[in-house]
Design a protein around this ligand. Structure first.
Ligand code: FMN
Length: 278
């Protein structure tokens, strides 16, 4: 397979991670095109920009933003080949910039391409055997042929799901929202809208969360702004999409604006709704 690895790195952390990803690709016999976006363009690096898989690595700039050189590279890539079908994103960031912004560029890029792979996020730089395993595991997933058993595996070890999986409902009207809140004693409500990369990433998080034990006995209601109308969002005082709300016994127990990881969703559920038997 022809794999393109393009990365941007200011101080070397993402370069180290990109090298580890490259080793994984080459160890499995794939041909790698290697691009450092700060110093090379796509046109400089390869005469034929078409690849089977595109792996984009980046650090995160101010308040969760994509660095300028990576943005330039993405524009060049899309100009050359359109939005490729197989894209996966990796990179480094620091939680000290705030959970909301941690590795924000990765989520933006993955959302832009509609990547089906959760981004590989590393705090600051890859350290030790644990991160090496995390990188190998992620690389194995993204390199697997679509439809193969390896491709179907989750990107990180998941607890076994309980038999009662999370039921997903879709609201068509404001009344549907009220009815679902009244009917389900433990209900997550995902307020989202079209063309919203963070909303797509939250949707991926919810799918991963749904496979874990904290999701047992919960229902999920998807509420789309374009479907139920802006008034519903305004009346609820929602200031951002996505926003996830957890309702317990018909009462909103907690509201989580913005993207959340599966672990953060599980934490909120455990903190606010674990006294109700699943
Ligand atoms: C100006 C600046 C802004 C940053 N903003 C964020 C941020 O919003 N979110 C984040 O996760 N990391 C942020 N970081 C941390 C870097 O993304 C992190 O240190 C990364 O590992 C650097 O990678 P590199 O060594 O490949 O350049 C910021 C760093 C700098 C210098």
């Amino acid at each position: 397979m022809r794999v393109l690895i393009a990365y941007d790195s200011l101080s070397g952390n993402t370069r180290d991670l990109a090298r580890m990803v490259r080793e994984c690709c080459e160890a499995r016999g794939h041909a790698v095109t290697w691009i450092e976006t700060g110093i090379q363009s796509l046109a400089d690096a390869c005469p034929d920009p078409r690849h089977d898989l595109y792996l984009l690595g980046t650090w995160t700039d101010n308040a969760g933003r994509t660095p300028a050189a990576m943005k330039r590279f993405i524009a060049e890539l899309v100009e050359a080949v359109g939005k490729p079908g197989r894209v996966a994103v990796f990179g480094t960031g620091e939680t000290q910039w705030g959970e909301e912004y941690y590795c924000g560029a990765l989520r933006r890029i993955a959302g832009f391409f509609g990547s089906t792979h959760p981004p590989l996020e590393i705090e600051q730089m890859p350290h030790g055997a644990r991160d090496a395993l995390k990188v190998r595991h992620w690389a194995d997933q993204v390199l697997a042929t679509p439809g193969s058993a390896a491709a179907a595996m989750p990107t990180s070890p998941q607890p076994m799901p309980r038999t009662r999986s999370m039921q997903t409902l879709h609201a068509s009207t404001p009344d549907d929202v009220r009815a679902a809140i009244a009917a389900h004693p433990r209900l997550l409500v995902d307020y989202y809208k079209d063309d919203c990369p963070a909303c797509r990433m939250l949707d991926l998080s919810l799918r991963q969360f749904a496979a874990g034990p904290a999701a047992a006995g919960l229902a999920l209601l998807k509420v789309k702004l374009e479907t139920v109308g802006e008034d519903v969002f305004r009346d609820l005082g929602l200031r951002q999409t996505p926003t996830l709300a957890l309702h317990v016994d018909g009462r909103e127990a907690v509201r989580l604006p913005g993207f959340r990881t599966p672990a953060q969703i599980a934490q909120a559920v455990e903190a606010h709704a674990c006294d109700i038997p699943a």
